[in-house]
Ligand binder design. Sequence first.
Ligand SMILES: NC(=O)C1=CN([C@@H]2O[C@H](COP(=O)(O)OP(=O)(O)OC[C@H]3O[C@@H](n4cnc5c(N)ncnc54)[C@H](O)[C@@H]3O)[C@@H](O)[C@H]2O)C=CC1
Ligand SMILES: O=C(CO)COP(=O)(O)O
Length: 536
Amino acid sequence: MDAALLRPGAGRTRRGDARERPHGGGRPGGRSRTGPRGLPRGNPHARPGDVADAGQDRGGAAGAAARDPDPPGRALGDAEGHGAVLQEDPLLSPEDRARALRRRRGPLGVRRSAPRRRHPLSGHRCRHAGHHARARGAPRREGPRDAVGPDRTRTDGDGALLSRRQQARVAVLGTGSWGTTFGKILADGGASVTMWARRPEIAAEISRTHRNSDYLPGITLPDGLSATSDLKVALAGASHVFVAVPSQTLRDNLTAIRPLLAPGATVVSLMKGVEKSTGLRMSEVIIESLGIDPGRVAVASGPNLALEIAREQPTAAVISSSRLETAQSVAMLARNGYFRSFVNTDVIGTEFGGVLKNLIAVAIGIVDGVGYGENTKASIITRGLVEMTDFAVARGAKAETLAGLAGLGDLIATCQSPLSRNNTAGRLLGQGYSFQAVVKQMQQTAEGLASVAPVLELAREIGVEMPIVEQVKQVLDGTLDPRDIAPHLTTDSDEPQGERTSDDSEETSGGPLRRTFKRAFDQLRNGRRGALGDRP
Ligand SMILES: NC(=O)C1=CN([C@@H]2O[C@H](COP(=O)(O)OP(=O)(O)OC[C@H]3O[C@@H](n4cnc5c(N)ncnc54)[C@H](O)[C@@H]3O)[C@@H](O)[C@H]2O)C=CC1
Ligand SMILES: O=C(CO)COP(=O)(O)O
């Protein structure tokens, strides 16, 4: 391990005598977690970006092709049945039909039957098209085009019907791991997708080779997706604009987007952060910066680890907008054989769910890095959900949203996956790396690190206690030893606390009543943030 990366021990608060335990790479049990370059293992991503503001792009493509288990052009052969379906489909142009048939015939001309499958996340029956390469031995699934179905319709942002004849033209801004994956979701759902990449070489790779080897090695992107580094080209005529840039860069990007946005276009945030300088959610920044009606803005959230979805593993998400029709039109675009979108109008809860689970995932990473086990992690996840819910509800969210995909669902996925960058950043901290060292070494955006301070400020404004998030902040600041993170705390008091902070602790502390008054007072005082609210 690189000793220079280790956090100096001075300045931390410590309880007990654990100071003597080996730490900073050593783990209870003695198993080394160090990987190549002397860094701990964990995040399998090795790609550009910067953990705190992702303002940098570092090379990471080398070797991606060599690691690729499924190189392009290896599409397995496909079904006669599919061909027949396609030939009968009156909604396909002759070129589309010919292209689809070409793709369905594998290199060896293998033909298979076309079973009908029930989507694992819904009760719908969908026809299999399967025009994508799939892993050997992996179960067959319906193909993206047929998942939409020839008789299906979508609505645009204004509720007008779009049939497959009027293929939606959409833009995705940001070609990192999530932007690229979401572009694939949309293209596999039948949309014509133009992605905007800040770096021309990424745009060129996506358009020419259907690959983004820096961010999604081994993934072949669909035909219906192309990329450009010209924002004007990406936005021209786009009915829906999906934004997946690091949260702290959003406002600057919106300045460039504003004059190029098609009239009436719907703008969808795929991001899970809050703006550090204002504490605003991403949809609020969009509404404020673009000066558009909140009903034209939607957010997407849920347990959505990019690489799993890019591998077409069945996944669900939530699309939320204050205008239900807007959420529905986005959800119709963001659905295919492996991805299903639910809708709600609780933008606050949906957005804060995604922001707050990142902070709990950092805490989980920290205790994982220290070497604590499942009891500690389950305690943090459970207490973390209470913090998330109390905070979000106090900001105007519905509690049920936090119990859904955008809250609990995403919390589970992020806390238990080594694919999560927030979890990985926490693990490095838990292993003894300093915040600066973690920021330097992380290769992709970990929004949680930038969200901690603004979330705590918002929590203080509304009188909500967030002891786990507070402790994450202290670890980031180097004032708390990771070994001392304590999941059970609601206060530093020795007095037993109720498990639910918002009801049964009332008798013991009187806290909720006090908090309710403080909240009401603070909301009056902080009218600006409340005024942008998009309560359901
Ligand atoms: N990766 C995932 O599994 C998921 C990520 N998200 C959210 O999506 C957002 C984007 O994350 P990822 O794509 O994963 O990050 P990433 O780190 O993989 O990619 C970030 C992208 O933004 C670009 N970028 C960096 N600075 C920029 C700037 N100043 N202006 C414009 N572009 C800039 C980078 O070049 C890169 O293309 C984050 O808010 C994240 O929380 C949400 C769900 C899943
Ligand atoms: O939001 C995500 C999964 O839903 C991705 O999490 P990370 O940003 O921690 O990788």
